[in-house]
Write a protein that binds this ligand. Structure first.
Ligand SMILES: C[S@@+](CC[C@H](N)C(=O)[O-])C[C@H]1O[C@@H](n2cnc3c(N)ncnc32)[C@H](O)[C@@H]1O
Length: 310
């Protein structure tokens, strides 16, 4: 996702074959609120695993990085994980600058609200895509930058793009800076699919809200009833895919264009890849980092990988 206007990104995605839209578009104000609700669902084990890992290992991460830290999080959402992580940082240093980079203005607002309660934390907000925001995040002089990329946000990239992304992150950093990468690990499809197609229908609402957003912000006329949420496991690619599937042949109008859907045709709205611990270490190495630690959660296989810029 770049910072191009939404209507252009949507038109480009709907003209493509197969039709596909950037996952970042899921996060308008309602999308961000629905994502927070997803993290509370019994089927969605990722957030609880990530929080358990932060609780257990944030201290180890901070101990591995001496000197003052300048913390940046890419895509923090409502900031719940940052609040927990920063406890370990504020226990060591009296003042911490925390920069939140997110495309969602409402998520940034929530994040600021959650973190400004913490003693000694100055919150800065950058409303931007990950790399653009990281490049714009002013550095704290004489501090080591620690970038947090939690919640398995890396899962949304195709594997090839994920490696490119890590290289681009590395290029913004200086030797000794660090990246804490939290990623979901492989697990059986029977366990994963319900996390993206929950019984209450919150993930379905999160996905279908994209059409509500496109109608509102781009003047399109998607009939919501014509599109169903579907989560698919793509075994060779080791990813869950979210789709919006046309229940019947239909037409949608957007900025003077007619977009035609055959019955059963889908818009691919999100990919969520699963990883292996060794591939994460190898990608770190290939993108200019050394692995300074890796921790895993046994209850819901999940990894925190601490990468140090060489
Ligand atoms: C899956 S949520 C995870 C939130 C949080 N990291 C967590 O673990 O609960 C992804 C977050 O990243 C933001 N986001 C998604 N794509 C983005 C992009 N390309 N650039 C910046 N922010 C993005 C969303 O607005 C959202 O807040």
């Amino acid at each position: 996702m770049t910072d191009e206007p939404i209507a252009m990104a949507v038109l480009r995605g709907l003209r493509a074959s197969p039709k596909a839209l950037p996952a970042a578009l899921l996060y308008d104000a309602l999308g961000s609120a629905l994502f927070e609700a997803i993290t509370e669902l019994p089927e969605y084990g990722l957030t609880r695993a990530d929080l358990r890992m932060i609780e257990r290992h944030a201290g180890d991460v901070v101990r591995a990085l001496d000197g003052p830290l300048d913390v940046v999080e890419l895509g923090p959402g409502g900031g719940r994980k940052a609040a927990l992580f920063l406890r370990a940082v504020t226990a060591r240093q009296p003042r911490t600058v925390f920069t939140a980079v997110d495309v969602s203005a409402s998520a940034l607002h929530e994040c600021q609200r959650a973190l400004e309660q913490l003693d000694g934390v100055e919150v800065r907000r950058v409303e931007a895509t990950y790399l653009d925001g990281l490049r714009r995040a002013a550095r704290v002089p004489d501090a080591r930058r620690l970038v947090l990329f939690l919640g398995s946000n890396l899962s949304n990239f195709d594997r090839r793009d994920a490696l490119g992304f890590l290289r681009d992150v590395r290029a913004t950093l200086s030797p000794g800076d660090a990246l804490l990468l939290a990623t979901d690990l492989e697990k059986p499809a029977e366990r994963l699919l319900p996390a993206y197609d929950d019984a209450l229908g919150v993930t379905a609402a999160f996905n279908r809200n994209l059409l509500v957003r496109i109608n509102r912000e781009c003047g399109a006329d998607f009939a919501l009833a014509d599109f169903a949420h579907e989560a698919r496991w793509n075994a060779p690619e080791r990813r869950i895919e979210m789709h919006l599937v046309a229940r019947r042949a239909c037409e949608v109008h957007l900025r003077g264009e007619v977009i035609r859907f055959a019955a059963g045709e889908s818009i691919w709205t999100e990919s969520s890849h699963r990883f292996r611990t060794d591939e994460l270490r190898a990608w770190g190495d290939e993108s200019g980092f050394g692995c300074a630690g890796q921790w895993t959660d046994a209850e819901w296989p999940f990894a925190h990988t601490l990468l140090l810029a060489r």
